[in-house]
Write a protein of this length. Structure first.
Length: 282
């Protein structure tokens, strides 16, 4: 099953694809991907209107998230390129939910604050039910998978000596284009994960290369921490990030970043420096 959100008559609506049918949830349906999965499994979507994918204006597949938990240094080659020591346990940090943006939205860079904006493609989990706390979460608690770009202002990230602010500016977490349920996505390992900028591939790996796999991450993150439906977990990025290239390769105004994971789809976001016209390209 695939779930997305689209804009229709100025309002967000849920769309689902289950088998060959692409259907549009009624206007009264909650703007909630987890609820949509439940509706489909209960058989309610059979009577929803058929949607035309060519006409969809896709939004971020979730409207918001109670928690965005991200994992750093979770691919060995990426850890090596940063110069950091490979962690003995998952390294986690938070991102603000106001950083969420859609699969084709502009990445708006506050260029009065940063000159070193970077890309990071990441396999992302959507939590489907309340879990964790006293009993660690498992893969059965994952409602769906999607693609995220953990956009990072490196000068702010490392200047602050903690990572949250430099990774949480508005529009710095593009998501989408679809949420894909585990029964359709299959095992989370073994999917190609890549980033290109203006057609040049800069990250290219497999989700099999995670240091801490999905079960390990869920067990660690949820030990003593309750996860709620709609929470997001970003699982780390492979090698090739711009800050760690020689010379560094930061995103520039007008460039287009494409982050893709086989089995889900791609994000395609233009970089716009806030100090310049949003319609300008260079």
């Amino acid at each position: 099953m695939r779930i997305a959100r689209t804009l229709l008559a100025g309002e967000p609506r849920i769309v689902v694809q289950d088998g060959d049918a692409l259907r549009l949830a009624p206007a009264e349906h909650p703007d909630d991907a987890v609820a949509a999965i439940g509706s489909v499994r209960a058989g309610a979507a059979r009577d929803w209107d058929v949607a035309d994918e060519a006409t969809l204006e896709l939004l971020a597949p979730v409207a918001t998230a109670g928690k965005i938990i991200a994992v750093g240094l979770n691919y060995a080659d990426h850890t090596s390129e940063t110069g950091f020591t490979q962690p003995l346990r998952p390294l986690t940090f938070a991102k603000y939910s106001t950083s969420i943006s859609g699969p084709t939205d502009d990445i708006v860079v506050p260029d009065h604050l940063t000159e070193q904006v970077d890309y990071e493609v990441e396999l992302t989990l959507l939590v489907g039910r309340r879990c964790g706390g006293s009993t660690p979460a498992t893969v059965d608690d994952v409602a769906a998978y999607t693609v995220a770009n953990d956009v990072s202002a490196r000068d702010v990230q490392f200047g602050d000596t903690q990572w949250t602010r430099g990774k949480s500016f508005d529009t710095f977490t593009p998501l989408g284009p679809w949420l894909v349920t585990p029964d359709e996505f299959g095992a989370p390992a073994g999917h190609r994960i890549s980033t290109s900028v203006d057609g040049t591939i800069l990250q290219d790996d497999s989700t099999s290369s995670l240091i801490f796999d999905i079960p390990e991450l869920l067990a660690f993150i949820s030990d003593g921490v309750t996860l709620e439906p709609g929470d997001l977990i970003l699982t780390g990025t492979p090698a090739g990030a711009g800050a760690f290239r020689t010379p560094p390769r930061y995103l520039q105004h007008g460039e287009t970043v494409v982050c893709a994971i086989d089995g889900i789809g791609e994000l395609r976001n233009r970089v716009v420096f806030a100090s310049r016209s949003a319609s300008a390209t260079t």
